[in-house]
Design a protein around this ligand. Sequence first.
Ligand SMILES: [Fe+2]
Ligand SMILES: [Fe+2]
Length: 134
Amino acid sequence: MEKEKYHFGIKEIDQDHDKLFIIIEKLKTAIGNHQEGPVLEEVFYQLLDYAQPHFLQEETLFSQYNYPMADEHKLHHQELIQRLINCIPKINTHECDEILAQEMVTFLDSWAAHHMTHVEPTFIELIKQNNLSL
Ligand SMILES: [Fe+2]
Ligand SMILES: [Fe+2]
């Protein structure tokens, strides 16, 4: 996945979104290298540590600027967080870590593509209209 294809032309936001794609790539590399559960678990936590503050920054602006798509956007954020929270206790506890990680990659690829093309654009409009940044 070339992360540049999801750039919106706002440096701070694009750089922050790049981190998401870098972590997804890291997970793919770890799976490709048949890494053990602890390595996969570590990447899952990196993703959670990235996503929670990033989403919170966006959601803070939703309420400040009466963003009309706030509910749908928050729901889509929540979908990723919930998926991670459900998955983290399972990884590194049994023998199908690689399958779990692969399922997570499939989910993340489609989540990220959908978020960047269908959810994030209206938020980026709000950012541009109000000259905001994260
Ligand atoms: Fe975002
Ligand atoms: Fe978002």
